[in-house]
Design a protein around this ligand. Structure first.
Ligand code: 5AD
Ligand code: SF4
Length: 436
């Protein structure tokens, strides 16, 4: 989502004379978009800010020009005042719900007596109504935010505090953005939301629509070929969406459905509102409708109170699901969340051991899933050139990176059938069968 927000900020600033620069060294404006989800991400904000200070000082000394520094995203939202105190070279702090005001805030920065601007409100007018419709460059694959915020309040998570209450973007606004993306050459759209499958809105006939109906509507756009969505919550996995995985050929066979733990006790303490059995039942149902679907998930090890027995239950759930891909993290204490004041915090060594065990299991499952594709023909969307000569990188319907070679110079954005020859942990290689 931060990636999407960064693209939107770039779009917003273009009409004000800014263009994207890969390097900070001679940038007039540096926007650091930040993540608050785990402590490590927050630490990175402050170390990056130190690096940025050095860059802007060097630029000032050499050219006499001042750079404007803005901190955006969830660390800005949660620690705005502290950022200004700890890093006085920052001019602007802007939260994830207010970045539509960035051009205004920049205009207010006095180049000589750099005055500070903080904008970290949750505005009453959702930003989507204000974001400039001026969509600039995208590759063949783009993100589109349809939902933001979260009302679930998992006890480990800062999202409800940094991104605010659940909000579903209206249908017409989503379709409008999708069409604009298609017009500039996008062929794959990933619908985004912290709780993407909680999306709901009035449909075309004023009926209540959920994500399944929205995907079916988007699939009517001819040039849009691949549709994805992330991230989902098990509680909002309704039958309509599950059926779309069978009936809608443009909806990719990939589901990212975080489980977090396989222990009912830990799930309860996490306030996940589902049991391990309920999670497994959803996966079973999804596979009934889409047998080949790639299942992905998120796991947290070392949540307060997690015992060896709880950990084994997580390993057992992972074995039962057999994931195609998954992310796993050590529990990170987040200030202001209920989990941070729970007793029985798990020590770091135990967390490390548990993380290692889980990741080894997930790694072997991922490799096995990838190996199953050897000798099959897979249609991929060509995303970009690879590092090697004549090499391209595409994405498979199962969200795998696929490497292949071609002398054809203009394949980016097209769909190619590849015969898969090799499979690794994080990628596949293949040979072209046909272009179409
Ligand atoms: N500690 C560790 N992992 C976390 N996540 C969210 N909050 C925390 C935390 N405090 C993980 C969850 C979530 C993913 C985006 O990040 O697994 O699904
Ligand atoms: Fe955080 Fe997801 Fe739980 Fe919401 S559902 S509180 S975003 S982990």
């Amino acid at each position: 989502m931060n990636f999407y927000d960064s693209e939107k900020m770039t779009d917003l600033l273009k009409p004000h004379g800014y263009q994207l620069d890969e390097h900070e060294d001679d940038a007039d404006l540096i926007v650091l978009n930040t993540c608050h989800i785990r402590e490590k991400a927050v630490e990175k904000t402050y170390s990056e800010l130190g690096r940025i200070r050095d860059k802007i000082n060097i630029r000032k000394a050499i050219t006499g020009k001042r750079s404007i520094v803005a901190v955006a995203g969830c660390v800005a939202q949660a620690q705005g005042k502290e950022i200004m105190k700890r890093s006085p070279w920052v001019d602007i702090v802007v939260g994830p719900q207010s970045y539509q005001n960035l051009p205004e805030l920049i205009a207010k920065v006095d180049p000589v007596n750099k005055n500070k601007n903080i904008n970290i409100e949750f505005p009453t007018i959702p930003k989507f109504d204000q974001i400039n419709a001026n969509i600039q460059e995208r590759g063949p694959s783009a993100f589109l935010t349809i939902q933001e915020g979260c009302d679930k309040f998992c006890t480990f998570c800062v999202v409800p505090y940094t991104r605010g209450a659940e909000y579903s973007r209206p249908l017409t606004s989503i379709i409008d953005e999708a069409k604009k993306l298609i017009d500039i050459g996008v062929r794959e759209i990933t619908l985004l939301g912290q709780n993407v499958n909680a999306w709901n809105s009035k449909g075309l006939n004023n009926e209540d629509w959920g994500l399944g109906k929205l995907i079916d509507e988007l699939a009517k756009i001819n040039e849009l070929k691949f549709i994805r969505y992330t991230t989902s919550h098990p509680l909002d996995m309704d039958v309509e969406l599950i059926k779309s995985h069978r009936d809608n050929k443009k909806l990719m066979p990939y589901l990212h459905l975080p489980a977090q733990s396989g222990s009912d006790y830990i799930l309860k303490m996490m306030n996940r509102k589902h049991t391990a059995k309920e999670y497994l039942r959803i996966i079973e149902k999804v596979r009934e409708y889409s047998p080949k679907i790639a299942i992905s998930g998120d796991f947290i090890v070392g949540f307060p109170g997690e015992t060896d027995k709880d950990h084994k239950l997580t390993l057992s759930l992972i074995k039962q699901v057999n994931y195609a891909q998954a992310y796993s993290f050590k529990y990170s204490k987040r200030p202001g969340t209920p989990g941070s004041v729970f007793l029985n915090h798990v020590n770091e060594d135990t967390k490390n051991c548990r993380l290692y065990e889980i990741q080894e299991l997930l790694r072997s499952q991922q490799l096995a899933f990838n190996k199953k594709t050897i000798n099959s023909i897979i249609k991929v969307l060509v995303l970009k050139k690879g590092k090697k000569k004549n090499q391209y990188i595409g994405r498979s319907p199962f969200n795998q990176s696929v490497y292949f070679s071609s002398l054809n110079e203009s394949l980016i954005g097209s769909f190619i059938d590849l015969n898969i020859t090799e499979a690794f942990q994080n990628s596949l290689t293949g040979n072209i069968v046909s272009d179409f």
